[in-house]
Design a protein around this ligand. Sequence first.
Ligand SMILES: [Fe+2]
Length: 245
Amino acid sequence: MTILAQLSDLHLTEDDPSRVRSLREAVTALLDLSTPPDGVVLTGDLTDHGRPTEYALLRAELDRLPMPVHPLPGNHDDVGALLAAFPAIPAANYAVTVAGVRLLCCDSTVSGQDGGELSDPEWLDAALAEEPGTPAVVAMHHPPFDIGVGWIDEMGHARPERLAAVIARHPQVVRVIAGHVHAGSVRAFAGTVATTCPSTYRQLDIDRGGRPAVLDAPPGLALHFIDGLSAVTHFRPVGGTRVPV
Ligand SMILES: [Fe+2]
C-alpha cells in the first residue's frame, strides 16, 4: 500500500499569516498519522502572487516533513519562481516514483489566465509509456472536468479531451488528481477516476446556483491509498481531535 498525501491551494502570502498557520496545521496532521504518507504532492496555488518570499514561507513549513514533497504550479504561482525555490525539480512537467507508484506532475497553467490547460500532452504520453506496468497518478492544478458550479467552472480546464485521449491510452493511471476548486469532488474520467482536493486555505461554497462564496470551514487535505491498480481517496478535514472508540 502506498499512501500519497495531497495538499492544495495554500495561497501563501506574508500579507496573511493565517494561511501559513493553516498549512502548518495540515503539515502537523500529516505528521500525526500513525502510518506516514510515502510522499506529498502539492497541486498548485502554493502562493498567492508567485513571489520568491512566498515560496520561502512554503519551504520553511515543508521542511518539517520527512517524506519527499512534489510541488506543481497553479494559476497564482510563478513557474520560474517555483522552480527556483525547488531546485531538485527538473522542469514544470516531471515524473517521480513514490514507493512504487509513478507520480506525473503536469503544468496546466496558462500565463495571465485563471483557467488553464494541459501544457504538454506529448510529454505526458511519453512519460506514461515509459513504465506501462507501474501504477500511476497524474497530477495537475486545473481539474479536467466541470464540478457543476458555474462561477467556479468558468475558470476551468480548456480542451480536457487532449488529456482524456492520453489517459485512455494508459490503463495504469489509477487517479487524475487536481486542485483549483478548493473542494473535494470525484468524477469518472477517461477510464479512470479524477478527483479534486480541499484547500488548506479556504473552501469554496459548492452551493449550486448560489452566489459566489467561501466557507469558514477548517482546512482539508486528501489521502490517496494506492494498492496496485486499486485506489481509494479520502478527503480529510484538518484540526479534528482523535477520540478513541
Ligand atoms: Fe487556482
